[in-house]
Design a protein around this ligand. Structure first.
Ligand code: C2E
Ligand code: MG
Ligand code: MG
Ligand code: MG
Length: 282
């Protein structure tokens, strides 16, 4: 009987793997179509400057609203896109939308810095700088207005191709941000070598710090370390006023999170910023 149970388990596990693989392949074939027919779109989340209480930037976050399955998390389909060589296409789509958004904001009198996420995998693609600079040129936006948020899990050293690619991007004027700082295993290398102007503290620490002294001290030391290297600090995942107050007390420069605003369609971002500006000037 015991044997039978174990067999059942195996069959079950095998089936669920098969199911998972099939589901990934079906996602992949649908992803190509989804980009063309508007199921894939870009949401924007404001970044709030703590000292001035003003929105000074926004992060572009890709979204896929599947007609039957509903929203599919980018954590899921970005991984599939990376595995099956679709990441360049998605990134081109997102960067193009984000740059257009920044130009439109400027047209409305709002000067924001725009951030996009760049997969570690793309940092090994020699076509990346050309692709980004071309999009900027087409829309007439200065490279200094675009920040690339980088998360890397591999180690980084000065001789690596990734490092050389990042150097090239910085020389062209683009800004770099170290995303999800504190998680993964490459973060100290990144602080040592990366010409980044910004560090984003991972939301796991930001969310734990209200209840946990160790996390609070960790966030505090990340802020101090980044400042000692002349980098701007962004706290992501700020969901409460209490978290905001703590971060303010630590001299954290910028916050991002549901407490300020969720990632929203571009027109809602525009409305949110205008509303805040109207309240400021009374
Ligand atoms: P990320 O770049 O670290 O983005 C932050 C994530 O935290 C986003 O999840 C955002 O919606 C979420 N978030 C923001 N504020 C809060 C908060 O107060 N509480 C909580 N619990 N979450 C908050 P999202 O949009 O699901 O994206 C997940 C990840 O997918 C991103 O993490 C990024 O690594 C990746 N991603 C998203 N868009 C793109 C893209 O266009 N290209 C690439 N390569 N990756 C992307
Ligand atoms: Mg990010
Ligand atoms: Mg992050
Ligand atoms: Mg992340």
């Amino acid at each position: 009987a015991e044997e039978a149970v174990r067999n059942d388990e195996l069959v079950y596990k095998y089936d669920s793997h098969k199911h998972e693989a099939r589901w990934e392949i079906s996602l992949l074939t649908q992803l190509d179509r989804a980009i063309d027919n508007g199921e894939v779109w870009v949401a924007y989340q404001p970044k709030l400057d703590v000292a001035s209480n003003r929105v000074t930037g926004a992060e572009a976050l890709v979204r896929w609203t599947h007609p039957e399955r509903g929203p599919i998390s980018p954590d899921k389909f970005i991984r599939i896109a990376e595995e099956f060589h679709r990441i360049e296409r998605i990134t081109r789509f997102v960067v193009n939308d984000a740059v257009r958004a920044a130009v439109e904001l400027r047209r409305q009198g709002l000067e924001l810095s725009m951030s996009v996420n760049i997969s570690a995998q793309l940092l090994r693609n020699p076509g990346l700088p050309g692709m980004i600079l071309e999009i900027l040129a087409v829309h007439g936006l200065e490279p200094e207005k675009l920040t690339l948020e980088i998360t890397e899990t591999d180690r980084l050293d000065r001789s690596s191709r990734t490092f050389q690619m990042l150097q090239k991007l910085v020389q062209a004027g683009l800004r770099l941000s170290i995303d999800d700082f504190g998680t993964g295993n490459a973060t100290i290398d990144y602080l040592r070598y990366l010409p980044a102007t910004e560090v984003k503290i991972d939301k796991v620490f930001v969310q734990a710090m209200e209840a946990n002294k160790e996390d609070l001290l960790l966030v505090q030391s990340i802020v101090e370390m980044a400042h000692s290297q002349d980098r701007t600090v962004v706290a992501e995942g700020v969901e409460t006023l209490a978290a905001l107050e703590i971060l303010k007390g630590m001299n954290c420069d910028t916050i991002q999170g549901y407490y300020v605003c969720r990632p929203v369609p571009f027109r809602d971002l525009l409305a949110e910023i205008k509303e805040r500006e109207a309240r400021r000037t009374g």
